[in-house]
Ligand binder design. Sequence first.
Ligand SMILES: [Zn+2]
Length: 314
Amino acid sequence: MKRIVLLTFSLLTLVSSQASAQDLMARQAPINAKLRAIDSVAIRQLHKVEMFENPAGELYPDWSNEFVGYSQMPPAEYRIDLRDFHMPCDSRVVNSHYGYRRQFGRPHYGTDIKVYVGDTIRAAFSGKVRIVKDQGYRKGYGKYVVIRHSNGLETVYGHLSKHLVKEGQVLRAGEPLGLGGSTGRSTGPHLHFETRLVGEKINPEKLFSFEAGDIRGDYYIYRRAGNSQLMAAHDVNNLPAVEKEVAESKAEESRNFQQQKMERTNRSLVYKVRSGDTLSKIAKKYGITIDRLCRLNNISRNKTLRPGQILKCS
Ligand SMILES: [Zn+2]
């Protein structure tokens, strides 16, 4: 939150310094227009910060590095936007597929991609690193990383020879997270790659063609009932009316939430007094009355301002 206030503050100072160069009479209207523009910039920025600070926060019960899986189930249906995908490695050779492996008598919850020791392993989507751990010599994933993405997915990268990220780190799609290796239960260098939705494993090859280095569709509509499907962005926009209504009310809900949050942020909007500032000048800048400015700051109208003083302005 502090960061957002600072951002709003710096944007406002930017506008006010631009505005002060303008003709006094023409000042008011452009400032209002600019403030509106800033509002939407700030909302977008807020959304961005939220996306990265707490990716898919509405989907997950908590943020913890304890387990890869969750005790709760994913929602009955969830739309996963795949368009931000980046190949986790340069290699496009799949060594072993997802599913039951008869020779080992146990399931395999990921796709194994052939890599060499030291190959760069990259984040498949933008997100935040949730787990950086080592399961130990010849055990499980060995050195591994789990990232939570804003599209709802979590991805797991196993058998790394080296970690290049820390827990809590924010990554963009394609940024390095480690080096390929053969740590843990592995018979040779490869990347064990998993895709999960609230712990539920999804066959990565249903989402991506590793051979082509690309996604299979813009969206993956996950359905717990088992009838998940891929969808092009165009079709997602043309979903049947009922589903669209739900999507719209969700979007509306989210807009209201952002708006409320923005208002809360605005409430703590502050201004740093500069030499030559007067109460009337500052009040005008923020579109409020001098009385209101005084009330907000518990000061009288004839109070002398000193440069550097911080005033609440909304
Ligand atoms: Zn594997």
